[in-house]
Design a protein around this ligand. Structure first.
Ligand SMILES: Nc1nc2c(ncn2[C@@H]2O[C@H](COP(=O)(O)OP(=O)(O)OP(=O)(O)O)[C@@H](O)[C@H]2O)c(=O)[nH]1
Ligand SMILES: [Mg+2]
Length: 390
């Protein structure tokens, strides 16, 4: 076997030379363009020199084929050699790394272990409070709100050194306290302090007229107040009749005032009444013009009007949020939550309180007038949000 170098002007020519000299079986070891500015190429090949092959007397063994195999093995050896060196250096590197790990990394791991142990207390707390979060969400509290509450309880828990088995009980207690602090209650509607006009605004069908009738009935029949029912809703067919019917049943005066001058006149006529309850159209929700007209009507009395936002417990949080934002133009000072009897997720009442950011006055729980209304109280609200106390 011969290793020979061939130089030529082109690769084709160099290959031809190679084949001429070493035959078609020649193995090309390398091929490159020379960097001597000549532009020549150089091929290094190994093979049986054609002329010499003729001269060498034929041996019995090895055959030509075996010679080819030897050449391949040589080439194989040559290509394995660098791999072997690389393997040796990798082994060395691993040995060095292990030495560094023993000296420098393992002590770091000990610190990390301590850190993990320390944070496991927090994780435990997270696991304990996980069910509370799920309960809140299942009862209808918006996930973001539930998360904020659970976090606030976690912070409180972190401040107390307690046995971890007590966490759940303590967390529930803290949550009750937190909710009690956070839910502002407005109490019942009491005329006085210069305010005797109360308007109820909110989207269609949430129960404005019914709620107003319930309150009017209680004020007139239980408290003996002079109550006047005023409606501004001439948009919906039958709404005037509905309000009038309630007024008749309760036995109180009824006025329709859908223009500012009518409102002024109603106020003049009932200057001595204890309370004027104003019903409004649900259309003000989607119709800006109706909303603007209603705004004019509510300033027309020239007397302070306290506005109640009526939000329905059966609506989605998105609808409730829309109600709160659209009716904020009337500057409501209290919120009434209706239809809690139909709410599949009673904890959603908390969403309304948060979205409206107003004190809660009443909860209504049915169609009966005047029975199905109650003043919002903490115990009832906690029961709705958290479920029955253990
Ligand atoms: N289940 C239940 N139904 C109620 C409650 N309050 C009102 N409703 C019913 O809800 C329906 C609509 O009540 P309305 O008082 O007419 O509602 P509204 O907001 O005045 O409606 P618009 O005048 O059309 O804007 C009626 O069938 C009421 O009987 C409640 O607390 N629970
Ligand atoms: Mg109505």
């Amino acid at each position: 076997m011969e290793t020979r170098v061939f130089k030529a002007k082109s690769m084709g020519e160099a290959l031809r030379q190679t084949r001429r000299a070493l035959g078609a079986e020649a193995l090309i070891l390398s091929a490159r363009t020379l960097d001597d500015r000549s532009g020549n190429v150089e091929i290094t090949a190994v093979g049986q020199e054609k002329n010499k092959a003729k001269k060498v007397p034929p041996r019995e063994e090895p055959s030509d084929r075996d010679s080819g195999t030897d050449a391949r093995e040589d080439v194989l050896q040559m290509s394995i050699e660098p791999l072997r060196e690389e393997l040796t250096s990798l082994r060395r590197m691993i040995r060095e790394l292990r030495a560094v790990a023993d000296k420098e990394i393992l002590p770091g791991f000990t610190d990390l272990r301590a850190l993990i142990l320390e944070s496991s207390r927090e994780q435990e707390s997270g696991r304990v409070l996980g069910p509370i979060y799920s309960e809140l969400v299942e009862r209808g509290v918006m996930p973001d709100l539930a998360r904020d509450l659970v976090r606030a309880v976690e912070i409180e828990l972190g401040l107390q050194k307690i046995d971890r088995h007590d966490w759940l009980t303590l967390a529930r207690g803290l949550l009750r306290n937190l909710l009690t602090e956070q839910i502002a209650l407005a109490g019942p509607l009491v005329p006085g302090d210069g305010t005797r006009i109360f308007a109820f605004v909110g989207p269609s069908g949430v129960g404005k007229t019914t709620t107003l009738a319930k309150i009017a009935s209680r004020m007139a029949l239980s408290e003996g107040l002079d109550v006047v029912l005023v409606t501004t809703d001439t948009y919906r067919i039958g709404s005037v009749e509905q309000a009038r019917r309630y007024a008749e049943l309760i036995g109180i005066p009824f006025v329709v005032a859908d223009r500012p001058e009518m409102m002024e006149s109603a106020l003049r006529s009932y200057a001595n009444a204890d309370v004027l309850l104003i019903d409004t159209p649900g259309r003000a929700f989607e119709n800006e013009k109706v909303r603007d007209a209603l705004k004019d009507l509510l300033v027309a009395p020239g007397e302070p009007v306290e506005t109640h936002l009526v939000v329905c417990a059966t609506q989605s949080p998105a609808q409730q949020a829309a109600s709160c934002s659209r009716f904020c133009v009337f500057g409501p000072s209290r919120v009434v939550v209706t239809k809690i009897d139909e709410a599949t997720q009673p904890g959603g009442v908390l969403n309304i309180v948060k979205l409206a950011d107003l004190p809660l006055s009443y909860l209504t729980a049915g169609q009966r007038v005047p029975e199905d209304i109650e003043v919002a109280r903490t115990g009832r609200l906690l029961q709705m949000i958290l479920g029955p106390a253990d």
